[in-house]
Write a protein that binds this ligand. Structure first.
Ligand SMILES: Cc1cc2nc3c(=O)[nH]c(=O)nc-3n(C[C@H](O)[C@H](O)[C@H](O)COP(=O)(O)O)c2cc1C
Length: 395
């Protein structure tokens, strides 16, 4: 049985988990997690954006125990880092989505299930704070069926991803001949053969598939399912679809993939409760702005009227503090939790969350901030472009 704290000591940081995942996963599977669209500029920009801002600590604030908790959509999370939706987590660890959900719940944070999970919507136990991510399909009835299923299963929030209406060109996957299910090309088989631990671990789940789609036309045939799923996506999706989902879904509605501040007022008019400032981890439009670069203007437009979350490039706890100072209420991670999952299943995800929690706690302490929710732009060194006005901070 792998222990969370052993993994924390062994891997030390998210970069350590990434290297660990590279060692245990077949190369095409690792590249599926690590890669992004085209030249991967946006992927690199996501991470680099966090290296720009500099913090101005105020150590004499009498900081005692830090409080990392945040209120989101009527629930309290123990920390401002949630697990974002990732398709096919079950390819990294058997029933990976269940493992990651357990880790998030134990850490007191939220877990978002992907439309492309390898376990069905209904399989996630009713525990913790569960969000469901959906797409808009040409067949709106099919979209509505996902929402009905999420409601019947008691999910806490609905996340509509809006930046995936046509699939990004992920060239590592193309070059690796990566497909679902893995095609038995020599190259792919070779990559798998040199990762016996992964092969052994996956032996009972070799038939993993997109569990929420097995009922679509053409049935559960794994050889054609991925292609048929992509053909369902509708580029003509519009705000009318947001209105449709708003009428159907009574709980918190969150739009994932917002970068433009001009969308905020429209989202508010449509009764949206939150946005995730995101470029899909650079996997869709290469050259899209980094989430962190887009964040201040979005937060300024929101003026606290809806929750502003951020994903993309969070690799350290201090990144979460920087995001907060630039206007985010909380953050989500995708690749870091996948690398944790690949290395140690539930314990691996728990270790990644714990590392980020400890990092963030330390950064708050060093900055002289007791409550995460109080961190604001006054922490940022001048020269950092942030239109978010700092609140008066207690002298
Ligand atoms: C392997 C992988 C699969 C993903 N699958 C989905 C998905 O099914 N739905 C979705 O909305 N976003 C998906 N994303 C995007 C993430 O939710 C998130 O926006 C992005 O990866 C955040 O950046 P980070 O990986 O740097 O944390 C996926 C990302 C990765 C790396």
């Amino acid at each position: 049985m792998i222990d969370r704290d052993q993994l924390v000591r062994r891997y030390l940081n998210v970069a350590g988990f990434r290297r660990g995942a590279m060692r245990v996963l077949p190369r095409p599977v690792f590249d599926f997690t690590d890669g992004a669209a085209e030249d991967e500029f946006t992927l690199r920009r996501n991470e680099a954006a966090f290296h720009e801002p500099a913090l101005l600590p105020r150590p004499l604030q009498g900081v005692g125990e830090r409080d990392l908790s945040v209120e989101l959509f009527g629930r309290t999370l123990s920390m401002p880092v949630m697990i974002g939706p990732t398709g096919l987590s079950g390819m990294l660890w058997p029933d990976g989505e269940l493992a990651a959900h357990r880790a998030a719940t134990a850490a007191g944070t939220a877990f978002c299930l992907s439309h492309a999970s390898t376990v069905p919507i209904e399989a996630l136990p009713k525990a913790g704070n569960r969000w469901m991510q959906v797409f808009v399909y040409k067949d709106r009835g099919f979209t509505r069926s996902f929402v009905d299923r999420a409601a019947a299963a008691g999910y806490d929030a609905l996340v509509l991803t809006v930046d995936n209406q046509t699939l990004g060109q992920r060239e590592r996957d193309v070059r690796n001949g990566f497909s679902i299910p893995p095609k038995l090309m020599l190259k792919v088989m070779g990559a798998m053969a040199i990762r016996p631990n992964w092969l052994w671990r996956m032996r009972e789940r070799r038939d993993f598939t997109f569990a929420n789609y097995t009922g679509i036309e053409g049935g559960a045939d794994r050889n054609t399912l991925a292609g048929r799923m992509n053909a369902l996506l509708d580029p003509s999706m519009s705000w009318a679809d947001v209105a449709m989902l708003r009428r159907q879904w009574a709980g918190p509605l969150i739009l994932k993939g917002i970068l433009h501040p001009g969308d905020i007022e429209i989202a508010l008019d449509h009764g949206v409760d939150g946005v995730i400032v995101s470029n899909h981890g650079g996997r869709q439009l290469d050259r899209a702005a980094a989430g962190l670069d887009a964040l201040p203007a979005v937060a300024e437009a929101a003026r606290g009227r809806l929750k502003v979350l951020l994903d993309g490039g969070i690799r350290r706890g201090v990144d979460v503090l920087i995001a907060k100072a630039m206007g985010a209420d909380a953050c989500l991670i995708a690749r870091p939790q996948l690398w944790g999952l690949a290395v140690g299943g539930e314990a691996g995800v728990a270790a990644v969350l714990e590392i980020l929690r400890r990092d963030l706690d330390r950064a708050l302490c060093l900055c002289g901030v007791t409550r995460f929710v109080d961190a604001d732009a006054s922490l940022l060194a001048p020269g950092v472009v942030s239109p978010i006005k700092p609140k008066a901070i207690a002298a």
